[in-house]
Design a protein around this ligand. Structure first.
Ligand code: F6P
Ligand code: MN
Length: 305
């Protein structure tokens, strides 16, 4: 069995390896606290969403863990109005607990991290790695530092490093199986509604749980498309560029897929604010290019695609 520490050893820069190992152990602490932190607080995050106790707890655990590594010059979080400063090369943007409203129904939760080499906010082109955690029946860590997308599962109780290799070099399957889109159907912009109707006819199945990490993870493993589209009443979508869209776009790209905002590669978006949102479509490259062309016309297609 290959563990995370030895796998990272000769595959990732030392500072990124250190961050990933610390994120992995902090995620175990977050999971252990889940049963004790299920209530809503009175607070709202910078996007105006009600915070749960676990949002705040996970934010504290991950922010303090990351800063204590001595490799992080700032941590920006969906749950904080301003980044926290530290010392180091890397700039981290995180959604410490994605899908936290799902805690009430015990559906899957997640955490998302983007590792940047420039001050935040900046485009995803400055990303040097990304990772996400799933808190489901299994706690998993999926990451990329450029060369492939790899997944480790927490096998607690085992001696030594509990994170063992589950899947190396994931590639989004070429035959798409599933799709999931957020927002109400009646609010989807017209090209998205037309595109989604065609997916059922092509044999894809709807899979939507309401947590980005979980819904994306299905697309990564089974092929298909996830979207939180531009809505008629929310033209900039819901998901945040820095904390959610760009990190998952990098993982998608490094697994052979593509992520678009409906007109361009999500990694090229230059957000002007930390909590800026974007419409998002990601997964199997062919499907994403198709919906992009329906929204913006064939000019949005990359040459040769
Ligand atoms: O972080 C926002 C989020 O909770 C995502 O995890 C998820 O994809 C989305 O909101 C779900 O939104 P809705 O409830 O509108 O489908
Ligand atoms: Mn989220």
């Amino acid at each position: 069995m290959t563990d995370l520490k030895s796998f990272l050893n000769d595959r990732a820069p030392a500072d990124l390896s250190r961050l990933l190992l610390n994120i992995a152990s902090a995620s175990l602490q977050v999971r252990r606290s889940l049963p004790f932190t299920t209530r809503l607080t009175r607070g709202v995050n910078p996007s105006g969403e009600r915070q749960t106790e676990i949002d705040l707890y996970a934010n504290e655990v991950f922010a303090s863990t990351l800063l204590a590594t001595g490799t992080v010059s700032e941590v920006a979080s969906e749950e904080m109005a301003e980044p926290r400063k530290g010392v180091g090369r890397l700039h981290v943007a995180m959604d410490p607990l994605d899908g936290s409203s799902n805690i009430a129904t015990n559906n899957l939760l997640g955490s998302i991290f983007g590792f940047y080499s420039a001050s935040l906010p900046c485009s995803g082109e400055h990303m040097v790695g990304a990772a996400f955690i799933t808190y489901g029946p299994m706690l998993t860590l999926t990451y990329t530092t450029g060369a492939g997308v790899h997944t480790f599962v927490a096998a607690e109780g085992r001696e030594g490093d509990p994170f063992i290799l589950m899947e190396e070099s994931s590639v989004i399957p070429s035959e798409p199986e599933v799709y999931g889109l957020g927002g109400q159907r009646s609010e989807w912009i017209e090209p998205v509604a037309t595109f989604v109707s065609s997916l059922e006819g092509r044999g894809l199945k709807l899979r939507y749980g309401g947590t980005f990490v979980g819904d994306f993870n299905q697309v990564l493993r089974r092929g298909g498309i996830f979207g939180y589209p531009a809505l008629k009443n929310k033209p900039h979508g819901k998901l945040r560029v820095l904390y959610e869209a760009a990190p998952m776009a990098l993982i998608t790209k490094n697994a052979g897929g593509y992520a678009s905002d409906g007109a361009r590669d999500v990694l090229s978006i230059e957000p002007s604010a930390l909590a800026e949102t974007t419409p998002l479509y990601l997964g199997s490259a062919g499907l994403v290019r198709e919906v992009e062309a329906m929204i913006s016309g064939p000019r949005a297609r990359a040459p040769g695609s």
